[in-house]
Design a protein around this ligand. Structure first.
Ligand SMILES: C[S@@+](CC[C@H](N)C(=O)[O-])C[C@H]1O[C@@H](n2cnc3c(N)ncnc32)[C@H](O)[C@@H]1O
Length: 298
């Protein structure tokens, strides 16, 4: 079922940097593309619609996102394959579905508007949900484990490292004093009480991001995923990555720069335009980097 926002309007995820992604992939007819984070299928739909004859393999860790994508992409028939696996496993998956080697790989990292709005997932501080935050049901660690069972020191590290939260100590101390915490609402309230509220950004924003990254081991997965993407590409194939915070962007930048089999196309990351941010405020932190796979290896 489509999630609804507080005003009971259905929520859809708007694909970010869409025109830029299509440009960067340089899609060719009969080309094989891997959308590592198919989500609601926005980018994949546009890729398939842009050039007749191309094919897309869409991956997502989240079965619920994939179910939505499956309905949306049904009109494309056999041109699209969907699989409920982590992009860390894309090499095996590409071989199974005959997408190896691929003409392009897209990674649109982070979380979708749909997931943020979905009841029971625990991604949003604007809902009162159980502390879950896993992208898929196979994940073993829940946000609840991080919040209620990590030592104060470990919590500080998570908030500093993955949230770049300057007030990590104060927040972690408040959490430890108030736990056990049972819901996202309780967590958001503890943070708000510890920090007070200034400005438009909710004080729990960075903490929620940090816990989500820890729960899903997103940085380690990104490292594995980037290596897999490089392996799967054919010479001349494009790697396009959209990241949403500086930690991810740094990992993408360094991996592209240091890979002996990639040529970096975007010397600077491509941001969203003012117009895109106006229409879709959530896209404001997006940064896109593009590289081309060089000869050799395959
Ligand atoms: C920003 S959304 C993608 C939105 C999509 N591009 C669209 O246009 O609808 C990111 C997606 O990546 C998925 N995801 C996160 N980690 C993943 C992983 N390791 N492997 C595959 N998918 C992952 C999330 O479940 C989420 O659906």
């Amino acid at each position: 079922m489509t999630p609804h926002n507080a005003e009971q309007q259905p929520v859809h995820h708007t694909p970010v940097l869409l025109a830029e992604v299509l440009d960067a992939l340089e899609i060719v007819s009969a080309g094989a593309y891997i959308d590592c984070t198919v989500g609601e299928g926005g980018h994949t739909e546009a890729i398939l619609g842009a050039v007749p004859g191309c094919r897309v393999l869409g991956l997502d860790r989240d079965p619920s996102a994939l179910a939505t994508a499956r309905i949306r992409l049904a009109p494309f028939g056999d041109s699209v394959r969907l699989a409920n696996v982590s992009y860390a496993l894309m090499v095996e998956e590409a071989k199974v579905h005959r997408f190896y080697p691929a003409d392009g790989v897209l990674m649109d990292l982070g979380i979708s508007s749909l997931q943020l709005a979905e009841k029971g997932r625990g991604f949003s501080f604007q809902r009162d949900d159980p502390l879950d935050m896993r992208f898929g049901p196979e994940g073993e660690t829940l946000a609840e484990d991080v919040v209620n069972h990590y030592s104060e020191r470990a919590l500080i590290r998570v908030l500093q490292e993955y949230g770049e939260e300057p007030r990590a100590r104060r927040i972690s101390n408040a959490i430890v004093r108030k736990r056990p915490l049972r819901s996202t609402g309780e967590l958001a309230k503890v943070i708000e009480e510890a920090l007070g509220r200034r400005g438009r950004i909710h004080p729990a924003t960075r903490t929620f991001q940090a816990i989500r990254i820890e729960v899903n081991q997103e940085m380690r997965t990104l490292e594995t995923g980037l290596a897999a993407a490089i392996e799967v590409l054919k010479p001349g194939g494009k790697l396009v990555v959209i990241s949403y915070h500086s930690l991810e962007d740094r990992e993408v930048k360094v991996t592209m720069r240091d890979s002996p089999v990639l040529r970096v196309i975007t010397k600077k990351p491509i941001p969203t335009s003012q117009e895109e941010v106006r229409v879709n405020p959530r896209s404001r932190s997006a940064r896109m980097r593009v590289s081309e796979r060089l000869d050799g290896g395959l």
